[in-house]
Design a binder for this molecule. Structure first.
Ligand code: SF4
Length: 63
């Protein structure tokens, strides 16, 4: 599974970083950095939660 970010939608809330800090990091400039574009299976539950919780629907998990 691969993480995709719609940067036009991301509002830099940091919610995804809080839920999956091994995968997402909001930089000092507000830009979301995806640390691991293809997260290990062990990380997927946290990533799924982050995708669901993103307030602007900026995240997707794709095969
Ligand atoms: S939760 Fe959504 S809006 Fe917030 S930083 Fe992550 S991708 Fe951006």
């Amino acid at each position: 599974m691969r993480v995709e970010v719609d940067r036009d939608r991301c509002a830099s809330t940091g919610g995804c970083e809080a839920m999956a800090p091994d995968v997402f990091e909001v930089g000092d400039d507000g830009e979301l950095v995806v640390l691991t574009a293809e997260p290990d299976d062990a990380l997927l539950p946290d990533v799924r939660n982050a995708v669901q919780a993103c307030p602007t629907r900026a995240l997707r998990l794709v095969d």
